[in-house]
Ligand binder design. Structure first.
Ligand SMILES: [Zn+2]
Length: 495
């Protein structure tokens, strides 16, 4: 638009000068006089909001793209300074950052961006991208775009907390540098951004010669989706057929893992119904959210779980009656593995060929598969233990102990006396000690006596606290209704 006006103006000058009454010298002088006037006029007429020397602050509300309780609308303050040692106002930084979003915004909200664009007079920022290499830090990265140690110093003067993502750069991350070339030829850093994930972008920008940082979150839209599936061979295959990601399949296995041993109990014809959240940004699905409610029918028995988020923002799964889906112990330490040998007090040992009771359960899985602590506890023993090979023994509040043998290696940080959480990785499948192939030998003892890990009665985890009952019921009822009416289409097709 500016360019058009300039063209029109120069055509006008040209027309004037073409008349014979103007000699060359006079034309030259008149141009010299007119040019600054035109520039002055253009500069100020195109940004009527800018006052001579007053500092304005404009609150910019990013568009709330989609309505949902979980979204966050973002606002920031964009100081519009009229003068600095650059040729343009520093507000251009903001405009440049959000130019792309202008294109993405599809509703009325985009007027805000175009408004901001109009408010800027010039856009001199040039953008450079730098990929973070292993071992990189700001002092190594800044010189790659022509910035100095002084720039690093000025940026890192921000307090540590605000600087967060810049202090923990990961290889492969892209840093976007917005720079200006100043009158003296030196480069000035005006803006820096790092895309942290599809939702969050970390921004540093220069405002009145001081850097400010913030993480900007895009509005997230959670949409519910209903899915049904039927087991043909494995849970993962059924999940794949139903269009589930591995993440959702794993979550489902976790939720029902206390009641259903997916390595042992799964049968052809078992089926499930899920209500999950899908995460959308700007109308595009970027991830799967949590499972909100789920049914799993195993060998004719249906288990049902509803997610509830408490006041500490912890999401847990409960039965519709408010009983925890968790137990103090997981039934299996290697989810989705295959049981290769069961608890058998009268078994012949496969290598020694003598009558050796098998006091645990063997889970065969690929070497290196993670082994998870079945319950919260403390590391009582870690080390090599004869035929057991590399072994970890956990004690769980005195009465219970669990043993994990034949590991290829231990998880880093798992040391004697250390506390571990249920589901935490403690080591990896291997075949150390007396083992025919890679597997985990798992034992469960109650007061020192070996019990069958597959059948021993496990203590239940705490139910939903009473103070949450009303809230839980309000959340759970519509989900339960949805599950009830959700027709299992795969089941109908298959029969
Ligand atoms: Zn064994």
């Amino acid at each position: 638009m500016k360019r058009n006006r300039l063209t029109r103006q120069s055509n006008y000058i040209k027309n004037l000068s073409d008349t014979n009454a103007w000699n060359i010298k006079y034309r030259y002088i008149s141009c010299l006089i007119l040019l600054p006037i035109i520039i002055f006029f253009l500069a100020y007429s195109s940004s009527p909001k800018l006052q001579d020397d007053t500092l304005q602050t404009q609150v910019v509300e990013l568009p709330v793209l989609l309505e949902n309780s979980s979204h966050k609308s973002i606002s920031f303050h964009a100081p519009l300074t009229s003068e600095s040692d650059f040729r343009g106002p520093s507000s251009i930084t903001l405009n440049s950052i959000f130019v792309k979003k202008t294109n993405d915004a599809k509703d009325n909200g985009q007027d805000i961006f175009t408004g901001l664009l109009k408010a800027s007079r010039h856009s001199f920022l040039s953008w450079d991208e730098v990929e973070v290499r292993p071992g990189d830090n700001l002092s190594l990265i800044f010189p790659r775009v022509g910035l100095s140690a002084k720039d690093v110093y000025l940026v890192t003067r921000l307090d540590k907390k605000a600087l967060g993502p810049l202090l923990h750069l990961k290889p492969g991350q892209i840093l976007h540098f917005g720079t200006l070339i100043k009158k003296d030829g030196s480069i000035s850093l005006e803006a820096l951004k790092v895309v942290l994930n599809p939702i969050e972008t970390f921004h540093v920008r220069k405002v009145e010669q001081v850097y400010q940082a913030e993480t900007i979150k895009l509005a997230v839209d959670l949409r519910q989706k209903q899915i049904t599936g039927k087991i043909d061979s494995s849970l993962f295959e059924a999940g794949l057929t139903a269009g589930l990601t591995d993440k959702v399949v794993m979550e489902m296995a976790h939720i029902f893992g206390w009641d259903i041993d997916f390595a042992l109990d799964l049968r052809k014809g078992d089926h499930f119904k899920l209500i999950i959240n899908e995460v959308f940004v700007n109308g595009t699905k970027i991830d799967d959210g949590n499972i909100l409610a789920a049914d799993f029918t195993n060998r004719g028995k249906t288990f049902r779980a509803i997610r509830f988020v408490d006041s500490k923002n912890r999401g847990r799964y409960y039965s519709p009656e408010g009983d925890s889906m968790r137990k103090t112990f997981n039934r299996t330490p290697v989810p989705l593995s295959r049981i290769s040998s069961r608890f058998n007090p009268n078994r012949k040992h496969p290598i020694l060929k003598t009558n050796r009771p098998h006091r645990g359960v063997d889970y065969a899985a690929r070497r290196g598969t993670p082994i998870l602590a079945t319950g919260d506890g403390k590391v009582q023993f870690i080390g090599t233990k004869g035929g057991y090979g590399k072994t970890v023994i956990l004690s769980h509040g005195g009465k219970y102990t669990t043993l994990y043998a034949h590991m290829s290696r231990y998880k880093k940080g798992v040391n004697s006396g250390k506390r571990v959480k249920q589901g935490q990785i403690i080591g990896y499948i291997g075949s150390t000690g007396l083992a025919t192939g890679p597997h985990l030998h798992y034992e469960f003892r109650v007061n020192g006596t070996h019990r069958n890990p597959l059948t021993v009665k496990l203590p239940k985890a705490e139910p939903l606290p009473k103070r949450y009952h009303v809230e839980f019921k309000a959340q759970a009822t519509p989900l339960i209704t949805q599950l009830d009416i959700l027709v299992d289409t795969t089941l109908a097709q298959g029969e």
